[in-house]
Design a protein around this ligand. Structure first.
Ligand code: MN
Length: 148
């Protein structure tokens, strides 16, 4: 996906968000950012292939095994975004406040075009998860019944 869509949506003279660069690094960090925009949601991001693969999760990342939540894929974000907290000004894309709700590392499990399995180890979240592609930008984020 790259960062073109991310950059097109933002005016970096107005927003405090990083313009960023795609990196070649193969990191294994994740972040959940609580984003109080026009609608409260949680942005779940996995560091993969030099960017942050991103999903907006309206009801938050599930903590209890067996719980599934809608996760809408959004544009790739630059790796630097993993540390971003702040206020996006009124009138700008995503206007509102962003705060880090959880962060940590993950280990990838099976990966296919339909499913992405991973294990999270964060401050709040830990355990086995799977993202299942349903249609278009829609995925289900499921907390599996398994140990990391
Ligand atoms: Mn958001």
């Amino acid at each position: 996906m790259g960062l073109e869509e991310y950059r097109q949506k933002r005016k970096f003279s107005k927003t405090p968000e990083p313009a960023g660069e795609a990196s070649s690094g193969e990191g294994n960090r994740f972040v959940v950012q609580k984003h109080q925009a026009s609608h409260l949601h949680y942005d779940f991001r996995l560091e993969m292939k030099g960017v942050l693969k991103s999903w907006a999760v309206p009801k938050g990342v599930p903590e209890a095994p067996g719980v599934r939540r809608l996760a809408v894929q959004t544009e790739d974000h630059p790796v630097e975004y993993i540390d971003f907290e702040g206020t996006i000004p009124e009138g700008e894309y995503g206007a509102g406040t962003v705060e880090i709700w959880d962060r940590g590392t993950f280990r990838l499990g099976r990966e296919s075009t339909k499913e992405l399995e991973f294990y999270l180890q964060g401050q709040k979240l830990s355990g086995a998860y799977v993202l299942v592609h349903t249609d278009g930008k829609n995925w289900l984020l499921i907390r599996r019944k398994g140990k990391p």
